[in-house]
Design a protein around this ligand. Structure first.
Ligand code: C5P
Length: 235
């Protein structure tokens, strides 16, 4: 497979064309942004960790029946993935109150939830990714009932698999964001699953091991990402 010209550069990744029309190569950067791009910085080594961790987790999820865009890890930062059309929804699951959920509902961060929640945000940087529900997403043509039902089923499966996966590494999965893509008429898991897109707390001390350390200027950001990577035990 040949890496051809760059198609797109996002906040955390670059995407390149290949000689196969169904495959693109993603290249993970160390650049970090928060608050819709208002805060910018670098997390040294993040690209390698997010690439390798996403690929490892996507292969675990595939085995559990969740289809993903993963094709082949090409290097520490580069992966061949199926070329999808991204469904313009950020799909967020929460097991414990934190972040925007705590703020919006006045519930203390760290409060256990009685059941996992499911939220959708409409992917639009100019609008700041506003919260949207399934009826709104269907009404504006962002998705369809059939697609959202599949996304919902896969998303709760991802939560079940990942809660156990991280718990085995001494990490509590507080919440996470995933994205899906359309590939030859099917909906499959795309984008990434990493400390950029999950809240991950030490199961005993509740120390934050994720991007909140960057968002909230808590320090030791690189150490936290390395710690998650080390505990998962990716060879
Ligand atoms: O900020 P909020 O509490 O809504 O974030 C919920 C989860 O979604 C967190 O794990 C956060 O890292 C993730 N997220 C993300 N990308 C965004 C917004 C949230 O990965 N643009």
């Amino acid at each position: 497979m040949q890496k051809l010209e760059q198609l797109y550069e996002g906040k955390a990744k670059k995407v390149f064309k290949t000689d196969d029309p169904d495959i693109v190569i993603v290249d993970y950067k160390d650049d970090a942004t928060a608050f819709n791009g208002e805060k910018k910085g670098t997390i040294v080594g993040k690209g390698v960790i997010n690439n390798r961790m996403t690929n490892y987790i996507f292969q675990v999820l595939e085995k559990e029946g969740v289809p993903t865009h993963f094709v082949e890890e090409l290097s520490d930062r580069e992966t061949a993935v199926k070329k999808v059309e991204i469904v313009p929804l950020e799909v967020i699951v929460r097991n414990v109150a934190a972040g925007s959920f705590s703020k919006r509902l006045g519930i203390e961060e760290g409060s256990a939830l009685l059941a996992p929640t499911l939220e959708f945000s409409y992917k639009d940087d100019d609008l700041g990714d506003p919260l949207i529900n399934d009826y709104m997403a269907i009404a504006i043509g962002a998705s369809t009932r059939e697609e959202i039902d599949k996304i919902t089923k896969y998303t709760f499966k991802v939560n079940e698999v990942l809660k156990k996966f991280f718990a085995d590494a001494g990490i509590e999965l507080i919440d996470f964001k995933i994205e899906f893509g359309r590939y030859h008429g099917e909906v499959i898991l795309a984008d990434e699953i990493s400390p950029d897109t999950c809240r991950l707390w030490d199961i005993k001390t509740h120390e934050k091991l994720d991007k909140d350390r960057f968002r909230r200027d808590m320090g030791n950001v690189e150490d936290a990402y390395q710690e998650v990577f080390r505990r998962i035990g990716i060879k």
